[in-house]
Design a protein around this ligand. Structure first.
Ligand SMILES: Nc1ncnc2c1ncn2[C@@H]1O[C@H](COP(=O)(O)OP(=O)(O)OP(=O)(O)O)[C@@H](O)[C@H]1O
Ligand SMILES: [Mg+2]
Length: 138
């Protein structure tokens, strides 16, 4: 496990960019952390590494596609409480396809994630200031 500390969204993206070095086709990244923790900020750093375009929150669309080499698929499964059969099927096509999948609120679908998914936990700590984030990579 690795632990990083960030003091700004830009620093979080930079940490994510470094982390992304170990990703490739078929990688799955499970992002865990409360509302406003910085999950989307982390995805920005990953997408930047693969030359993909602007990252926006897929809260309503469930998944955004970012073209790149390989492509990055950005999920936000906040609204999925537990995946039904339909959800499993369409998500499997992404999870076992050739892109990089990055999933916000990944614990909501932990039953369907591959065993080798990389887990990234982002936590605030008000005692250390409003912009402080601890980022744990497991
Ligand atoms: N060190 C930091 N890293 C990341 N974001 C930070 C940091 N400090 C402050 N912020 C702020 O926290 C917010 C993080 O927003 P972001 O959308 O990335 O969070 P999120 O975890 O994706 O939230 P949601 O659960 O709503 O999807 C932004 O407003 C950002 O400016
Ligand atoms: Mg988000």
């Amino acid at each position: 496990m690795e632990i990083y500390e960030s003091m700004s969204p830009a620093e979080t993206a930079e940490i994510a960019d470094g982390f992304a070095e170990r990703l490739g086709p078929g990688s799955v990244v499970a992002l865990v952390g409360g509302l406003g923790a910085g999950k989307t900020a982390f995805v920005r750093g990953i997408a930047a590494r693969f030359g993909s375009g602007a990252v926006t929150s897929p809260t309503y669309t469930l998944v955004n596609h970012y073209d790149g080499e390989p492509p990055v698929y950005h999920f936000d499964v906040y609204r999925i409480e537990s995946p039904d059969e339909d959800t499993r099927e369409w998500m499997d096509e992404y999870l076992f396809g050739g892109g990089i999948c990055v999933i916000e609120w990944a614990d909501n679908i932990k039953d369907i994630l591959p065993d080798d998914a990389l887990r990234v936990e982002i936590k605030k700590d008000p005692a250390r200031g409003e912009n402080f984030r601890e980022i744990r990579i497991c």
